[in-house]
Design a protein around this ligand. Structure first.
Ligand code: HEC
Length: 138
């Protein structure tokens, strides 16, 4: 089922309203903050795969700044999200990438990840993907 794009502002407004009503002043972390907290230890703050833990790992963390270049210049949003999701959704965490439960459990918003289909997607996952887009090399 597709959700019209024009409903997004409404969904966001409702979500914000719900926060106010629930008296929940704690804002969700931004994509950059979540990336720093959950990803940078391996992938590095710049996403190049040079985080502090990188050298200690059996698997080299991927260079996340070249995902668009490797995909003909278009950031592969849906596959990237599926990858992050898959590490937990499918396997409940792994020795390669840890469990990202808090990111996946966040409230969902309708999001179009490049496949033309509006899909309810956890907000913090969307924010991380949007942050990763800003790290791409040309
Ligand atoms: C414990 C280290 C570690 C952490 C933390 C980590 N990763 Fe990874 N990641 C890896 C390794 C190692 C690989 C390469 C192996 C693989 O692709 O399975 C990888 C691969 C990936 C890929 C696939 C890249 C490709 O070429 O398709 C994506 C996307 C990714 N990570 C995103 C993230 C994001 C986003 C976070 C934070 C929410 C994160 N990773 C946190 C270790 C980590």
């Amino acid at each position: 089922m597709q959700t019209p794009t024009r409903l997004i502002p409404l969904a966001v407004a409702l979500a914000l309203g719900a926060c106010v009503l629930a008296g929940a002043p704690e804002p969700e972390p931004t994509g950059a903050e979540d990336f720093a907290d959950y990803c940078a230890s391996c992938h590095g703050l710049s996403g190049k795969g040079d985080g502090a833990l990188a050298k200690t790992l059996e698997h080299r963390p991927a260079n996340l700044t070249r995902l668009a270049r490797a995909n003909g210049g278009t950031f592969p949003t849906t596959p990237v999200m599926a990858k992050i999701w898959g590490y937990t959704g499918g396997k409940g965490g792994s020795d390669i990438m840890p469990n990202f439960g808090p990111l996946l459990d966040s409230d969902t918003i309708p999001y179009e990840g490049g496949d033309g289909i509006m899909t309810p997607t956890p907000l913090r996952l969307v924010q991380i993907a949007e942050h990763l887009k800003t790290l791409q090399v040309k």
